[in-house]
Design a protein around this ligand. Structure first.
Ligand code: ARG
Length: 461
């Protein structure tokens, strides 16, 4: 008999080039634990409804445990002739148990099996990412705390705009990574729906109990339409989208710190352990880790594109194209996972150059907008105040001085000069969510407390 699980209707053997072309074992072997877990749940269900005897189910469960231990120990020889992880495990079971092993695939198909495996994997992947993102948030909160009093120039268009507290700056990233965690938690809700039991596409005439399998595997619900199940990869799109957003956040931050570590900015001292040197220029300390975080984001975004293009022309239900989903899913996950792994320690070990930042803090008119607001507060119409301060800035440029160095008589009210200078301007902020010291302190306390309660996004199983 053919070694193929589908060999019955074939007389000849598969071309080895086709085996090499159609295999997915090189990529889906990482699902072996999930495949075995799902198979064990399936076997228990088959016994529960009488499609297997208790004794048969026990044999299958035990043998699957052994197969998992063999794969853990690197003892399984993977072969392209056996296509994918599902076939490898089923064949290993049949090799151990003969006819009893040949009963496991009752009432299921690889089409629902593969989605179940991927969803079991993805649930864990999301939980792992949540922990890594939480740790990165903590690293930024620690930075906020460490640099509590430090004032930085805030930028728009990469031009000096208004002063901000370094703590406010760090907490901005905490917010972004929180949204990333929330998005992943939301995605997890749709991942957490059981596909198994949809069989090939239409369900089965056998008396399976999908609710039993749902409870065994801890899914929140059973997928309602069998035709939908084997073609549904929305959850994969969402997952990779969530990762593309994380990668985009990381990339923007990396770009900022690459700039901030230059001699031109001199805001930051990056940890040596996270930099590399040059083979020809002895003085170089290059921010390669940040550059690669920025560079690797390209792959994650590309994987989202790959999935969309893969899915956009597929009729219902299963099509073999879908096998290509896993390379995109895994590549996106592995890339973001590795970036997060280096991002948090890099944040923890980076130090700000207080003196260099302070020395130039009063360059660039960071106080101009606050001055305008001081005029508004004294009753001047906003547009008039804007124009007035604009003229004062022009005056400064001609005299090569700062706003607080202009003579008093140029100001409509001389006392507004009290709000000048970056530090004074910073102290004047008051609105909710602003960089006002009291606001930032409130936000810092909020995040310290919130991140201490971990895990933050309690996974619902
Ligand atoms: N390796 C396949 C995949 O990843 C498993 C499902 C194959 N189903 C089939 N009918 N050939 O999509």
């Amino acid at each position: 008999m053919s070694q193929k699980t589908w060999g019955g209707r074939f007389t000849g053997s598969t071309d080895t080039r086709v085996e090499a072309f159609t295999e997915s074992i090189h990529c889906d072997q990482r699902l072996y634990r999930h495949d075995i877990r799902a198979s064990q749940a399936h076997a228990r269900m088959l016994a529960h409804v009488g499609l297997l005897t208790q004794a048969e189910a026990e044999q299958i469960l035990r043998s699957l445990d052994e197969i998992r231990a063999d794969i853990d120990a690197g003892k399984m020889a993977f072969s392209t002739a056996l296509e994918d992880i599902h076939t490898h495990i089923e064949q290993a079971l049949i090799a151990k148990l003969g006819d009893v092993g040949r009963k496991l695939h009752t009432g299921r198909s690889r089409n629902d099996q593969v989605v179940t495996d991927v969803k079991l994997w993805m649930r864990e992947a999301i939980d792992e990412l949540d922990i890594l993102l939480g740790d990165l948030q903590k690293a930024f909160v620690e930075l906020a705390e460490r640099e509590r009093g430090l004032i930085l120039p805030g930028y728009t268009h990469l031009q000096r705009a208004q002063p901000v507290l370094a703590a406010h700056y760090a907490l901005a990233y905490v917010e972004k990574f929180q949204r990333d965690r929330d998005r992943l938690a939301d995605c997890r809700r749709r991942v957490n729906i059981l596909p198994l039991g949809a069989a090939a596409l239409a369900g089965t005439s056998l008396p399976i109990d999908r609710e039993f399998v749902r409870a065994e595997l801890g899914f929140a619900a059973v997928a309602a339409n069998s035709l939908d199940v084997s073609s549904d990869r929305d959850f994969a799109l969402e997952f990779v989208f969530c990762l593309a957003v994380v990668a985009t956040h990381l990339s923007g931050w990396a770009e900022e710190w690459v700039l901030w570590s230059t001699t031109e900015f001199r805001f930051l001292d990056l940890p040596e352990a996270f930099c590399t040197g040059s083979s020809i220029m002895p003085h170089k300390k290059n921010p390669d880790v940040l550059e690669l975080i920025r560079g690797k984001s390209a792959r994650v975004i590309a994987m989202l594109q790959q999935l969309f293009v893969l899915l956009k022309g597929l009729p219902l239900a299963y099509n073999r194209d879908l096998q290509e989903d896993k390379t995109a899913i895994f590549a996106a996950f592995d890339t973001v996972h590795s970036c997060l792994g280096v991002a948090a320690p890099l944040v923890r070990q980076t130090r700000f150059h207080h003196a260099a930042i302070a020395a130039r803090l009063d360059d660039g008119f960071l106080d101009a907008t606050t001055l305008m607001e001081a005029l508004i507060a004294r009753g001047m119409p906003m547009r008039t105040a804007h124009e007035t301060v604009g003229r004062l800035v022009r005056e400064c440029e001609q005299r090569h001085c700062r706003l607080d160095q202009l003579p008093d008589e140029l100001f409509p009210w001389p006392e507004v000069k009290g709000s000048l200078g970056a530090a004074q301007a910073l102290a004047a902020f008051r609105s909710y969510g602003s960089t006002a010291p009291a606001e930032v302190e409130r936000q810092l306390q909020f995040w310290k407390q919130r991140l201490a309660q971990s895990p933050l996004n309690e996974p619902e199983r």
